[in-house]
Design a protein around this ligand. Sequence first.
Ligand code: SF4
Length: 315
Amino acid sequence: MVQAFEPAYLKLLRSGELKKRVEEAYKRLETCDICPRECGGNRRESAKGAVCRTGERAVVSSFNSHFGEEAPLVGRGGSGTIFFSWCNLKCQYCQNYEISQLGHGREVEPEDLAEMMLRLQAMGCHNINFVSPTHVVPQILAGVVIAAEAGLRLPLVYNTGGYDSLKTLALLDGVFDIYMPDMKYADAEIARRYSKIEDYPRHNQVAVKEMYRQVGDLLTNDRGVALQGLLIRHLVLPNGLAGTAKIARFLAEEISKDTYINVMDQYRPRYKAHELLDVDRHPTAQEYEEAVRLVEEAGLHRLDKRGPRLVWILR
Ligand code: SF4
């Protein structure tokens, strides 16, 4: 338990480092290598050639106080979510594809992002939860500077699909208190087939190691609300496609047996799932129970205890 808390980014704000990170991040948009796809286009001029189809401005679909997130993020006041449109992943079963693949939302300036953060703080949320943040790291950092100067004091959550580069995570070191990456696949070929992405497991595992190095195991206050640390999301896919046993072993052996993990049963066949036979159904209860058993058998014991959610956003 941790009682006294100051969000990480305030120290970097005071030293001037946070503003330097913003400059560095925007510079990298000019030959974009923000994520491991390394598309190389100049996003300050246009979104041409960007797999994430995002230019200089972030696109936001919505922001609100969310009660469907993991228990330590929700507490009593909710998690202050900001949902970014577009994505660096191309999950063929995405249940949120209108936002992630069709880009529904509106372009915003960093000042708009800062205002959203401050409004969520005023609403009583426990954190600012950036959903699908990977492709808009520069824009987020710029918004955090403005919000922090105007009084933002909540911990930040990096709620990512888990395809993140070490170089970009270095920009986030000392900024984000909480990392919540997906671990979607343990097999590169399965990741390529279902999310159109190369070498997901390697990039994902290296990223998770770095996130853990930065923030450690999940710490909560005396009301069970998350202040700092790593949470893992693992969505159970039908036919064992998510590679649960390997992911659980990786976490237990190479991260920590105290890793907090949400083994999710919310998968529904959406978007293009009906064109892909192996993911064209909900996982059975037995498949989900088997996934939980594998996670526990690996030695992980901090499983998110909430029941199935009625509302869920899947990348
Ligand atoms: S952030 Fe977007 S443009 Fe940049 S490398 Fe990733 S997918 Fe490509």
